[in-house]
Design a protein around this ligand. Structure first.
Ligand code: AGP
Length: 609
């Protein structure tokens, strides 16, 4: 996610803004910029890469003035570059933005037709032009911002300056956090608390649809229609480090709780309701090329490989094309069969995993087409693929992947829908029906996260086990593997994931009262079969932790613990059942006192073989 900092008061704005952006570095970024106003003269400086590059520019060419806005950009539309860095300027309007504008293409076309010229690939730039257009018509900065934002669909946190009205700084929030800081004769606005904590602890959290106008002497908050609002100020008592984690104890827990938002961000702007189709902006392959494919390979490592296993179900069911899936380090050495009618899908959160990058090159070397599912814009794997479906999870700091995994599943589902539509195996109505279920997911994730306290208690009950077994069937088997990986990589307890149907072929010998068995048994086509496997475990004294659907009470009393997740389509259930997997591993690791965010021996991105 991007970082925003704004300041208006009696001090020089630039040092305050840069210091604030530095305190937001944990959010991850790939370019930065600042604009201050000295009188009405805009002093706009931007740089690709880290903040130090921007500071070097400022050292040579200061940005003076006691009001300004700054930004660190985590690229979602348009690669990391100086030209795509914020702030963006149109006429006398300067904007920094966090979020995703879903209708930016439609607005951009309209603005271009009325003579606006764009210089960047970003969705943000349309906000500057939109406000500028309304300002030219109304001559009123505040009104122009309100009118412009009424046209925008999607998520935004924005801070805006107008060179003709330098005594005002305006900010507004819809879906992306913005916090107001109140100092002594000065005001701050930022996307997160840490940016302002060294200046003030008195903060106001804006809600969706709210807009704040700052002048050096006062501030006022309204809704988008201009209706004044009264907001309560809060005194923040967090330490700076706690603030970086948003008040959560670990980045991993913060990222688990970000999933409703990151899912919504990954879906945003990609659903074409009228056509009953999917729009993947950087896919790089035409519908005809997709229709001509005769095989798909999926390759990845670790959690991303688990996402690929679920993706195989999505694609084979919705697009009726054969999918082979490999662990990347195996694919590259087995002389795989790849032709010009093959599509190889690389899944990688970091976009830098050496084995996956090597697999990409292997597939390209054999003439195959490649599409990657990546979370980092312009990463090596994204850059070298013919096309990319970006997850919009924002930077994932915790080594154990959580929000990247669920956004990978959504991205793969969107890809499967796109393939199905291009290959004619999915009608527009079928697609609309699937999309309905997808749009309900963020709210269902919120419900699944309410299981946290129950799961924390289950963690207490089972934290001293030496081994865990995880079982699932069909598209829940990859979630069993993912649950086992989460547990072992952060709590250091040995855990195995197994297809539930394999119990009788060996693992059942392990069952006794000391072996907790996590069974993924939501209401789906194999429910009865998995219940039988679960009963085999119970009959041998095994302790079952069942993850079932919310209306499933027949298991109550049979199992040691029953976790019930909201209902969704069978295809999308893996996204919901992965939440208890993440929370169970997290709480056991916290109870065992391991380094949850930086587990021993692990790196966030394995850039070596
Ligand atoms: C997941 O929790 C692990 N940290 C690890 O398995 C990770 O998924 C794997 O290294 C792949 O990383 P990538 O998605 O960045 O390619």
């Amino acid at each position: 996610m991007c970082g925003i900092v704004g300041y208006i008061g009696s001090q020089e704005a630039s040092p305050i803004i840069i210091d604030g952006l530095r305190r937001l570095e944990y959010r991850g970024y790939d370019s930065a910029g600042i604009c201050t106003l000295n009188g009405g003269e805009p002093q706009l400086r931007r740089a690709e890469g880290k903040l130090v590059n921007l500071e070097n520019i400022l050292r040579e060419n200061r940005a003076t003035g006691n009001r300004g806005i700054g930004h660190t950009r985590w690229a979602t539309h348009g690669r990391p570059s100086e030209i795509n860095a914020h702030p963006h300027k149109a006429g006398n309007i300067v904007v920094v933005h966090n979020g995703i504008i879903e209708n930016y293409l439609k607005l951009k076309n309209r603005l271009q037709q009325s003579g606006h010229n764009f210089s960047s690939e970003t969705d943000t730039e349309i906000i500057a032009h939109l406000v500028e257009e309304h300002y030219r018509q109304t001559g009123d900065f505040e009104k122009a911002v309100r009118l412009a934002l009424t046209e925008v669909e999607g998520a935004y946190g924005v801070a805006i300056l107008c060179t003709d009205e330098p005594d005002k700084l305006i900010a507004a929030k819809q879906g992306s956090p913005l916090v107001v800081g109140q100092g002594d004769g000065e005001f701050f606005v930022a996307s997160d608390i840490p940016a302002m904590l060294s200046h003030t602890r008195e903060m106001i959290f804006l809600d969706d649809g709210e807009l704040v106008v700052f002048s050096p002497e006062k501030m006022w908050i309204t809704d988008l229609s201009g209706q004044p609002l009264v907001k309560q100020s809060k005194t923040i008592t967090w330490s700076p480090l706690m603030a970086e984690k948003g008040g959560y104890k670990h980045f991993m827990l913060k990222e688990i709780y970000e999933q409703p938002r990151t899912l919504a961000d990954t879906i945003a702007g990609r659903l074409q309701g009228e056509e009953g189709d999917i729009y993947l902006e950087d896919l790089g392959l035409s519908d005809k090329q997709l229709a001509d494919l005769d095989k798909i390979n999926i390759i990845a490592c670790g959690t991303s490989w688990h996402a690929g296993l679920v993706g195989k179900f999505f694609i084979e069911k919705l697009a009726r094309v054969s999918v082979e899936i490999d662990i990347a380090s195996e694919f590259r050495y087995r002389d795989p069969i790849v032709t010009d009618k093959s599509l190889t899908v690389l899944i990688s959160q970091s976009g830098e995993t050496a084995d996956t990058l090597a697999g990409l090159r292997e597939a390209k070397g054999k003439g195959g087409k490649t599409v990657s599912v990546c979370n980092v814009v312009d990463s090596s794997i994204a850059r070298e693929s013919d096309g990319v479906v970006y997850t919009h999870a924002g930077p994932e700091i915790g080594v154990a992947s959580t929000k990247a995994f669920t956004t990978q599943l959504v991205a793969l589902y969107l890809l499967a829908l796109k393939l199905g539509r291009a290959r004619g195996t999915l009608t527009a109505d079928d697609c609309r029906e699937q999309v309905e279920a997808l749009l309900a997911l963020p709210r269902q994730l919120e419900e699944a996260l309410e299981l946290n306290e129950q799961i924390e208690q289950i963690a207490r009950d089972f934290m001293n086990a030496r081994d865990f077994l995880y079982m699932g069937r069909g598209n829940q088997y990859p979630i069993a593997l993912e649950g086992a990986l989460k547990l072992k990589e952060i709590s250091y307890i040995h855990a195995e994931g197994y297809p539930a149907g394999e119990m009788k072929h060996g693992p059942i010998a392990l069952i006794d009262e000391n072996l907790p068995v996590v069974v993924l048994v939501p209401r789906n086509a194999t429910y009865d079969k998995v219940v039988s496997n679960l009963e085999e475990v119970c009959a041998r004294g095994g302790k079952v932790i069942a993850v079932a659907s919310s209306d499933e009470d027949e298991l109550q009393g049979k199992v040691a613990a029953l976790i019930q997740v909201p209902d969704t389509t069978e295809d999308l259930l893996p996204i919901l059942t992965s939440i208890p997997m993440q929370l169970l591993a997290y709480h056991i690791a916290v109870l065992k006192g391991t380094d949850v965010d930086q587990p021993r021996n692990l790196a966030k991105s394995v850039t070596v073989e």
